[in-house]
Design a protein around this ligand. Structure first.
Ligand SMILES: [Zn+2]
Length: 375
């Protein structure tokens, strides 16, 4: 996400913080000083924000560990003032798995609320969920209230909150996945509309949340369409079989020649049956600037590249390519190079599929021609 800084790594997952989080810290300082509180109280407020920050990290780690249990890795976690955002490498395939992954985050907040409630009661205090104050008040009680709020907010059945995913997972047990997503997205937008309307007459902050929820629903609905268009298509149906390869000892001049007489941007570097590397357009231009036309391919090629199998499913392959930031990957079968898969080509395939789907939809919904209507 833009405007985010990496602050650390937990269990191999990069943790990023979004710039707006600092706005929240400024807001706390402002509220404290505005109310005439001492600098010590204000500092206490900032520590409190950092504690919330810790709880959100734990919430996201809850999702990440549940996902890992199902073999899905988490790419990174970004912290926003309204919560965290975990980017999973893919959505778990089975709806029930998505349900548990979605619930694992709020479960962490529920545990924190329970723990503070239990410990305070044991220590003779009276925990109170409604006694929350941005400035002053009991630190632990405030933290409990915030965790309760995080729990409730995340369970609202609307994307991009966890509740939206829970709703979809439940719907997906009764209907097709993409249909379940669309229904869940519409429910979410209905809720966003009510929030927005209520916000107009009460708290402007609600309007902000409504906008956020509305956009989250749109995005989820769009991403699942890509997901379902690619579902069930193996790589071998989408890969190019007519492409050029180069040898490690070829001079770059030869690659330039190939690049100029075709549309291919990236070239597998092969030796016998083995793929030794990939030479991308970026590798080529950089090497040309440094060493000129006669330098060998082996010095310019990328040795750190991903390969896919021709029997892999396109859906998973696309996720792999995105994770590796690769535009083209060599397709192997039994260790032998059989094709080249490019993002451009997958994009083309998606366009054709959606056009065909549109045609099907139009044919279904077109009114019958008057002449052919049976009387
Ligand atoms: Zn969550």
């Amino acid at each position: 996400m833009r405007w985010s800084w990496k602050i650390g790594k937990v269990a191999g997952i990069g943790i990023y913080v979004h710039a707006t989080f600092f706005l929240l810290i400024l807001f706390i300082l402002f509220v404290n000083l505005h109310e005439g509180k001492s600098l010590a109280t204000a500092a206490n407020g900032v520590v409190f924000v950092l504690a919330i920050f810790g709880c959100i990290v734990l919430h996201e780690l809850g999702h990440a560990l549940a996902a890992r249990h199902y073999g899905v890795r988490t790419r990174d976690i970004t912290l926003l003032p309204i919560g965290g955002l975990s980017r999973l490498e893919r959505i778990p395939d089975v709806p029930i798995q998505e349900l548990w992954v979605a619930l694992a985050g709020p479960a962490v907040n529920a545990i924190i609320v329970g723990a503070i409630f239990g410990l305070s009661t044991l220590a003779g205090f009276r925990p109170n969920l409604t006694a929350f104050r941005w400035a002053g008040g009991s630190f632990l009680n405030n933290l409990m209230a915030v965790n309760f709020w995080l729990l409730a907010f995340n369970l609202i059945p609307a994307f991009p909150m966890d509740g939206g995913r829970v709703l979809r997972a439940l719907l997906a047990r009764r209907m097709e996945y993409s249909r379940a997503t669309l229904v869940a997205a519409r429910v979410g937008q209905g809720i966003a509309f009510i929030f927005g309307l209520a916000g107009l007459f009460s708290d402007p902050f609600l309007v902000f949340i409504a906008l956020f929820v509305w956009m989250g629903a749109e995005q989820e609905a769009a991403s699942v369409q890509v997901h379902s268009s690619l579902a069930g298509i193996p790589v071998q149906q989408a890969m190019l079989t007519n492409f050029r390869t180069v040898l490690p000892d070829d001079p770059l001049a030869k690659v330039v020649e190939h690049a100029l007489d075709g549309w291919q941007q990236d070239f597998p570097v092969v030796f016998g049956d083995h793929v030794l590397g990939m030479l991308t357009r970026e590798n080529l231009t950089r090497a040309l600037a440094q060493g000129g036309m006669q330098s060998p391919v082996r010095a310019a090629m990328n040795r750190d590249f991903v390969t896919v199998d021709s029997h892999d499913m396109l859906e998973n392959t696309l996720a792999t390519m995105r994770a590796a930031r690769s535009r083209s990957v060599p397709v192997l079968h039994d260790g032998t190079l059989v094709g080249l898969l490019t993002m451009d080509h997958i994009g083309e395939l998606l366009t054709i599929h959606s056009a065909l789907r549109q045609a099907q939809y139009t044919a279904q919904s077109a009114p019958p021609h008057p002449d052919t209507t049976p009387r």
